[in-house]
Ligand binder design. Structure first.
Ligand code: ZN
Length: 327
């Protein structure tokens, strides 16, 4: 009996193999386009969850629709882009953060942005005359930045599988930060005061979402604590200030992770592995403190965090409390 079962299992396996081999291989360009959107969504989701998890404690707040938009014009090969994705309008929803405001409003990937406030079309709907460009979608993002800062419902029209409809999204305010994937093999990340940038190379290097959350939380912490203006106004002792802001970003990162349901231990495993491989942290600047002291500080911060009780599973990070008190 056992032998027959084994033979049957082997036959089933062979059958599966043959079926796989019969599949038409996807165009590598389509695979690359879809992989980029998958990365965008992964980063957007982690960023959204981190921002939402500590929403009650941030002074720097923002609204986030929980979607990834894309423009068919940003792809070098328009024909392949249209095979890779559904575009109901030239600028469409590429992906949605699970349970985010846009998904909760019933929007779906492929739905196309048409116009705003009933009549105004936000962007030029005509097809591109020249090569790929991100100009149009960058303009639309700016438009959304303005609308998201206004604190009132954002009304627009969208083309769905069931026709055109009016939508009004009114997302709650959560911790500030916007996220984008920088397509480069270099393992790098950064924060400019508003946005968080993570390279595709670093996204492929991290072993799981918890480790990626460690990187994103560190960069987000720089934005939430207004580190950039602090560094910009510093004339002397810049190295010292940068080192202090790096330490603060590390310390806050584990609180943000825990509040979002990520395992803060991943910050230790990531920086240890990354530190051993590179000898330095994310920034290769000489100001960067060595990874051993970085890991020791993260450990001390987590020990302190464990002593505090949670309220509905969350803790108020001392660095955010101090930042709120500054006003
Ligand atoms: Zn940093």
């Amino acid at each position: 009996m056992k032998l027959i079962a084994a033979v049957l299992a082997a036959m089933a396996f062979t059958g599966a193999l043959v079926a796989t081999q019969k599949e038409v291989p996807k165009d590598p360009v389509i695979v690359a386009y879809q992989d980029l959107i998958a990365k965008d969504l992964r980063l957007a989701t982690i960023g959204y969850l981190l921002a939402k998890g500590s929403a009650d404690f941030c002074r720097n707040k923002w609204r986030n629709l929980g979607w990834v938009l894309h423009d068919e014009r940003q792809y070098p090969d328009l024909g392949l882009a249209r095979r890779a994705f559904t575009f109901r309008q030239p600028i469409s929803i590429a992906a949605l953060v699970a349970d985010g405001p846009a998904e909760q409003a019933g929007l779906a990937a492929g739905d196309g942005l048409f116009g705003a406030d009933g009549s105004v079309v936000w962007y030029d709907l005509r097809p591109a005359k020249s090569g790929p460009s991100s100009e149009r979608i960058d303009g639309l993002r700016e438009e959304f930045v303005t609308r998201l800062s206004e604190g009132r419902p954002i009304a627009f029209q969208i083309d769905t599988a069931n026709g055109r409809r009016d939508v009004a999204l009114d997302p709650p305010t959560i911790c500030a930060s916007d996220f984008w994937v920088d397509v480069r093999p270099k393992r790098d990340a950064g924060a400019d005061g508003v946005r968080v940038r993570v390279t595709s190379g670093l996204m492929e290097y991290v072993s799981d979402d918890d480790e990626l959350a460690a990187v994103v939380a560190h960069e987000m912490a720089h934005n939430l604590l207004d580190h950039r203006p602090l560094i910009e106004v510093t004339k002397s002792g810049k190295t010292k200030v940068i080192k202090a802001t790096e330490a603060e970003a590390d310390r806050l990162s584990v609180w943000l992770m825990a509040n979002a349901g990520y395992d803060p231990e991943a910050a230790i495993t990531f920086w240890e592995r990354y530190g051993k491989a590179t000898g330095l942290g994310i920034f290769s600047a000489p100001t960067h403190y060595r990874w051993q002291s970085r890991v020791a500080m993260l450990r001390a911060e987590m020990d302190q965090m464990a002593l505090l009780p949670t309220v509905e599973g969350r803790r108020d990070p001392p660095l955010l409390a101090a930042h709120r008190a500054k006003q």
